[in-house]
Design a protein around this ligand. Structure first.
Ligand SMILES: *[C@@H]1O[C@H](CO)[C@@H](O)[C@H](O)[C@H]1NC(C)=O
Ligand SMILES: *[C@@H]1O[C@H](CO)[C@@H](O)[C@H](O)[C@H]1NC(C)=O
Length: 342
């Protein structure tokens, strides 16, 4: 379960016990194309059995015939989820995800790393969370970073998207090294957290597992809980493919580290190209709708790494980001940040 501290006093995540009940998924035969991957060469995808294990949801998790793509559904009985078999310290983690179409208020799809099972009081976490919406309104995406149990210091951001995430697969990736964390959507970096000394233990440092889940977030996910899951539209179906698990697996008993694909030093050396940085800046300028760095209600004094430059500060302080998001709503999805860079 993802732990969180809610932004707008709209919280409480459902307990995992509410996930256990029963039903059938619908078989889909998938043909999915791999999208361009960020800067790391030689990324390979894993078969489900090679790297993952089911977490909950009995038949609401369905492995496709190719053994490499997974269908997760949410119905009245239960959501579903899977996790990596190993814990990893640093690496590149990715999945192509297609979200449930139509009315999906209250539905949460999450792709994240956490070690909450192992370190209850001092857990680390890196999240992509997708929040469903009522018909005709866009899904929203949020990313979050927690380090060493700092749930009191949620480093949350929210964004609109430049495409309809229910229509096609898009790739969502997390790079985690000793130096930085980068979240990507397709090949566009959307957020970078550089480790600073001032962050101290707030920068995730202990091995984490990778998780993918779908669940009922009615109490908070959509307009602070105003719109809830409506099971008349169930099952809500999310598809996961192109599962990439390139990291350094840590054996918790023998403390042995086995790096899949790359040595740990390779992850540390990854930085953004100038084009990627330009694309990230464009994305953020157009699509960010919330940043903890600008939430003066939560953080009268922003956390130490919040130094985004005067332009971004002014932009967010003026409320312009939220306004432009509302204006765009009528138009649905906007232009790709890449179209306007390249
Ligand atoms: C990627 O694969 C190519 C061809 O197999 C190999 O020559 C190259 O060294 C690999 N690069 C890395 C960083 O492993
Ligand atoms: C994490 O928190 C624990 C308990 O508060 C503390 O002992 C430890 O030093 C912290 N670790 C880091 C890396 O800050």
């Amino acid at each position: 379960m993802i732990l969180r501290v809610e932004v707008m006093a709209s919280s409480s995540s459902s307990s995992s016990s509410s996930f256990f009940l029963l039903l059938l998924g619908v078989a889909l035969f998938l043909s999915n194309e791999a999208t361009a991957l960020p800067e790391l060469p030689n990324l390979t995808t894993l078969a489900f059995e090679e790297g993952y294990t089911q977490l909950f949801g009995d038949s609401n998790l369905m492995l496709h015939r190719d053994g490499r793509s997974v269908h997760l559904s949410l119905d009245r009985r239960t959501g579903a989820g899977f996790a990596s078999q190993d814990l990893y310290r640093h690496g590149f983690f990715s999945a192509s995800i297609k979200l449930p179409a139509d009315y999906a208020a209250g539905v949460v799809v999450a792709f994240y790393m956490s070690n909450g099972d192992v370190f209850e009081k001092t857990h680390d976490e890196l999240d992509f969370e997708f929040l469903g919406n009522i018909r005709g309104r866009e899904w929203r995406v949020q990313t979050n970073v927690y380090g060493n149990g700092s749930t009191a210091v949620g480093r949350e951001e929210r964004y609109g998207l430049w495409f309809d995430p229910t229509e096609d697969y898009h790739q969502y990736s997390i790079l985690w090294s000793g130096e930085r964390i980068i979240f990507y959507i397709d090949d566009i970096p959307i957020r970078e957290v550089v480790r600073t000394q001032a962050m101290g233990g707030d920068f995730p440092s202990k091995p984490m597992s990778l998780y993918a889940t779908i669940w009922d977030g009615s109490t908070w996910a959509t307009s602070g809980g105003r719109y809830k899951v409506n099971y008349k539209y169930a099952p809500y179906e999310a598809e996961f493919a192109d599962l990439v698990l390139h990291g350094c697996a840590v054996d918790p008993i023998e403390h042995r580290t086995t790096c899949l694909g790359y040595d740990a030093a390779v992850y540390d050396s990854i930085t953004m190209s100038a084009d990627q940085r330009t694309a990230m800046d464009k994305f953020r300028k157009k699509h960010i709708t919330y940043s903890y760095c600008h939430d003066r209600v939560r953080y009268p004094t922003p956390p130490p790494e919040c130094n985004l430059g005067p332009e971004a500060e002014d932009f967010l302080a003026s409320g312009e980001a939220k306004l432009s998001y509302r204006r765009r709503r009528g138009k649905r999805y906007g232009r790709s940040p890449v179209d306007s860079v390249l």
